[in-house]
Design a protein around this ligand. Structure first.
Ligand code: GLN
Length: 343
């Protein structure tokens, strides 16, 4: 392990000389390092332990180059970022039509934990709010809790290229304090929108929120989506090609809580954030971004994360609807950047 880390710093220093993109990321890191606004999530004590100055930025390109700066090895819980990927697995397991009959794709403009269902159809509004995520978790197939959890963890392994673990204290806290989520699940059961294995599904939901990732994992996950569902480093397919479009569409319209409209306007990349301080953002056909910084704004999005993604989007013209010439040409800036491979 130590040897690996030594090799990693060696590769990093070679990269630092070779790639202008790496210098760009270092500057970006320095620019926002001292930003001291926002608050670390504290609805459970474990999350409040996060240090406000933890900050990592990682970029993975669709040809598998990895650029990282800051605390990119620091583990934290994935929280709501899991929702986008669980939606993908639910689509694979059940097909689009069935999933759509259980969960809509309409932004709510409301907080992620609001207890609201579509009045006409009784569906939760979208898979990125808690109610919708509980419904998509219910759709994950498998014979019992253990097999369903194994399938979920295996899916995340395909995206990140490494085995992931659950933070058990976070899971137990989420479970102990998660009465609001329990209320949503029962409301959906009342309307026949979820199956009656409520406790099992809620456990799975709390477990998937408690999976530990780092900024590089988030970048790899985004790069996998950007690469049409194939992990650019391992070459393994993480999600059926047919459903990538569905996942990233919902990320664009609903991925940043009730700031999704503003995010799309300013940044214009499908993305998902979590209250652990992570953001994963997709530049289709180009790269994936993973940012980690625990202090959140009032909507629950990482403050440094938003700034970093806005800058990268603006500087390299990565907004989906950008037609103007961007300040920097991505290809030219990335050239010369050696891959750190899959450390
Ligand atoms: N685990 C959280 C919950 O269910 C979800 C957190 C998040 O990232 N919004 O309340």
């Amino acid at each position: 392990m130590t040897e690996k880390h030594d090799l990693k710093s060696l590769a990093s220093s070679i990269n630092a000389v070779a790639s202008p993109f790496r210098s760009y990321l270092n500057e970006l890191y320095e620019k926002y390092e001292s930003l001291n606004d926002g608050t670390v999530a504290d609805y459970i004590p474990e999350l409040a332990l996060a240090k406000p100055d933890w900050f990592g930025i990682c970029i993975v390109t669709v040809d598998g180059q990895v650029f990282d700066v800051g605390n990119c090895d620091q583990l934290f819980t994935i929280q709501s970022i899991s929702k986008a990927f669980i939606y993908g697995l639910a689509l694979e397991d059940n097909g689009r039509e069935y999933v759509n009959s259980k969960v809509s794709v309409e932004p709510t403009g409301e907080a992620f934990n609001s207890i609201v269902l579509d009045e006409k159809t009784n569906r939760p509004y979208n898979p990125m709010v808690n109610a919708g995520a509980i419904a998509t978790t219910d759709l994950i197939k498998g014979n019992g809790a253990t097999e369903r959890l194994k399938r979920i963890l295996d899916m995340f392994r395909r995206y990140t290229g490494r085995e992931l673990n659950i933070n058990v204290p976070v899971f137990l806290s989420e479970k102990t304090t998660g009465n609001r989520n329990r209320a949503m699940a029962y409301l959906m059961l009342n309307f026949g929108m979820v199956s009656d294995r409520i406790d099992e599904t809620l456990d799975l939901y709390f477990q998937q929120c408690s999976i530990m990732v780092n900024a590089q994992d988030l970048a790899m996950m985004a790069a996998t989506l950007a690469n049409g569902g194939v992990n650019p480093v391992t070459g393994e397919r993480a999600i059926d090609e047919r459903y990538v479009q569905d996942v990233i569409s919902v990320m664009l319209t609903c991925g940043m809580y009730d700031a999704s409209g503003e995010w799309t306007y300013n940044v214009g990349m499908p993305a998902k954030s979590g209250v652990g301080g992570g953001i994963t953002a997709v530049a289709l056909g180009k790269l994936g971004i993973g940012v980690f910084s625990p202090p959140l704004d009032e909507k629950g999005n990482s403050l440094r994360g938003i700034k970093v993604c806005s800058d990268i989007s603006r500087d390299f013209g990565l907004h989906l609807f950008n037609v103007a010439k961007s300040e920097k040409n991505l290809q030219e800036w990335i050239e010369g950047g050696n891959s750190l491979d899959n450390w």
